[in-house]
Design a protein. Structure first.
Length: 628
């Protein structure tokens, strides 16, 4: 019987004589006939939901488990391409763990933008035939039929190959992976403490910063500052006459996010400042702070872009018990969100078109993740060289998700990791877990918001120790101006806020003061530029010491030719000494301290070090390798 009207027919079985219903069956397809399985493809983030990250010149090491039924020989290739190309480039894969069926290959990222990769694997019938033929010949068996069968086999038959899912890589320019940042308030650069410095006056500071070897000069918001509810010195609720207010209270009658604070000058003055910085080898980074003062033009022209209270008034920012009456947050998920998002995109494009390619983003964790994913993708569509630094001192999952959503770099908990065990645990998390595939750390030793107790109490040796740690542990690190003068006075005991914070007033400094460690900073930055080992975060290894106040670690360049060992005394007050186990396989060898070009003869295993605060706080040692 045939099925009629969707009903089942009943047929008999010749073997059993039993009657069973039949239904329309899906016939096996070519996909069903594929014998090879590809599993555990990596690196990947959340099953491919987010891309991994690389910078130009870096390599992607691909791993996968590849196996099939039976004992046939398998073949596999890694296919990769920049998305601007149609054709795939192939590199053979090879087995690295036969017991676990693990295969590997790699490719280098040579261009900015999106790359794709996948694995293709198949049963190699020809190689399988040749292997079996050799076994039969070795056993003295007749192989005449085997030779005939082999003559009909195609050599590279991929008709039933298995293709993995495609995975993505976002590739940034080199500055994303390596750079030293310096943060300054240009308004403090003028000669008169009673008024704002101008961009022209701030330009006079650029040679000093460039001479210290910094790569990126980050400016807090440079826009007009509101007057209503302006904060006074030391974050006083009421501003006194002449107090400049917080640059993060953006907007006044002089304009908003695409305008310049009149005290600094004009847009043309900013352009001249940026051009001079670039002439000296400094790249300008601007602050993106998506908020407004009560005087921002958008408050009256687009009140729907802000959150409102029950009485209809706009809701100012709060972090109970703290209140920020000088700041109105935007309503990112309100009914007018599309127009708001597009306006913020236009603001960023405005500064990009004026030559800015690096942005530090203020408090991104207080805005929707979906906004950032959309926003960064839209910017990168036309300007893939733009770098975004996330200033999100918040919970680890939130910080990591922002990195997944597209942020190029992120601030970290480095400021609060001061003991040896804290540093080992934290940097193990950053460099030895999957986070290393997408989370790029930028180790700021201090910020205008953060003056850790270690710096408050430790004096110059504490600043030296934190400089060496930040600059050697992180390929990206930064300091806020005043760090080189070892400024460590807090507004009160138990606070991490600076006394006389530059966020609320102009600051005049004596850059040639005896307390300055500018010479050390200059030397450290020069070493970073000279040694490839310090330009990556992918080869960090900690080494044993017999004193918990002494930390030791190495970084090695990708080609293995450059290795730098950093040894630091974490105690800024007392002399510390002990032994360090050095990973050099030689009975006797020479090491050079790159800080002062002193050579030492060391021996296999453990070697002695001594540190006296005020004399020496650490070593940056160039170690011999089999290649140098």
């Amino acid at each position: 019987m045939k099925a009629v009207g969707g009903k089942r027919s009943v047929v008999g079985s010749e073997q059993t004589g039993r009657r069973r219903p039949t239904v329309d069956r899906r016939l096996p397809t070519a996909r069903d006939c594929r014998r090879v399985v590809i599993e555990q493809l990596g690196p990947e983030i959340d099953g491919g939901r987010f891309p991994i990250k690389r910078s130009v010149g870096e390599q992607v090491d691909v791993r996968a488990s590849i196996f099939a039924d039976g004992h046939d020989v398998l073949a596999a290739v890694l296919q990769h391409r920049h998305v601007s190309r149609q054709a795939w480039t192939e590199t053979p894969m090879h087995i690295i763990d036969e017991g676990l069926d693990r295969w590997a290959s790699s490719f280098a990222c040579q261009e900015i933008g999106w790359y794709e990769f996948r694995v293709v694997a198949w049963v190699d019938r020809f190689v399988t035939w040749r292997r079996d033929l050799e076994k039969k010949e070795g056993a003295g068996q007749d192989v005449s039929l085997d030779l005939i069968e082999g003559s009909t086999l195609p050599v590279d038959d991929r008709s039933r190959a298995t293709e993995s899912a495609v995975r993505r890589v976002w590739v940034d320019r080199r500055r994303a992976a390596f750079g030293a940042w310096y943060e300054m308030f240009p308004r403090s650069a003028g000669p008169d403490a009673a008024r704002s410095g101008t961009f022209a006056e701030a330009a006079a500071e650029l040679p000093r910063i460039a001479d210290m070897g910094f790569d990126v000069l980050y400016l807090p918001p440079i826009h007009p500052i509101g007057t209503r509810f302006r904060k006074g010195r030391n974050n006083a609720i009421a501003a006194a006459k002449g107090d400049p207010g917080s640059p993060w209270a953006i907007g006044s009658a002089a304009g908003g996010h695409i305008d310049v604070e009149p005290g600094l000058g004009t847009l043309d003055d900013f352009d001249a400042f940026r051009a001079e910085a670039e002439r000296l080898g400094l790249e300008i980074a601007l602050d993106l702070a998506w908020q407004a003062s009560p005087d921002h033009p958008w408050v009256t022209s687009h009140p729907e872009w802000f959150r409102h209270r029950a009485d209809g008034s706009i809701k100012y920012a709060e972090n109970p018990p703290k209140k920020y009456q000088d700041i109105y947050p935007f309503d990112f998920d309100g009914d007018a969100r599309q127009a708001l998002w597009l306006a913020l995109l236009d603001v960023t494009l405005f500064w990009i078109e004026r030559g800015v390619r690096i942005f530090r983003v203020d408090n991104p964790h207080t805005k929707p993740f979906g906004f950032w994913e959309w926003f960064i993708e839209e910017i990168h569509r036309d300007f893939p060289d733009v770098i975004f630094l996330s200033e999100a001192f918040t919970r680890p999952p939130v910080m990591r998700y922002l990195a997944k959503a597209g942020f190029t770099q992120s601030y970290t908990y480095f400021t609060w990791r001061n003991t040896k065990s804290e540093l080992l645990d934290y940097f193990g998390e950053l460099t030895a877990t999957k986070a290393a595939e997408y989370f790029r750390a930028n180790l700021f030793a201090n910020t205008p918001d953060i003056l850790h107790a270690y710096l408050q109490r430790g004096g110059r040796p504490a600043f030296e120790a934190r400089l060496l740690l930040a600059a050697a542990l992180g390929a990206n690190y930064g300091i806020y101006s005043g760090f080189e003068l070892c400024e460590g006075k807090a507004v009160r005991d138990g606070s991490e806020e600076y006394a006389d914070s530059e966020k609320y007033q102009f600051r005049k400094r004596r850059w040639g003061a005896p307390s300055s460690i500018a010479e050390l900073i200059t030397r450290v930055n020069a070493i970073r530029h000279e040694h490839a080992a310090l330009q990556t975060d992918r080869a960090l290894a900690f080494h044993p010491t017999d004193n918990d106040q002494i930390i030791a670690f190495t970084k090695t360049s990708v080609d293995g030719r450059d290795c730098v060992m950093t040894v630091v005394n974490l105690d800024p007050v007392h002399m510390q000494h002990g032994h360090v186990e050095v990973p050099v396989d030689a009975e006797s060898y020479r090491v050079r301290d790159l800080l002062d070009d002193t050579d030492y003869t060391w021996h296999r295993g453990w070697n002695y070090v001594r540190f006296d605060p005020g004399v020496r706080q650490g070593h940056l040692l160039w170690l011999p390798t089999p290649h140098n």
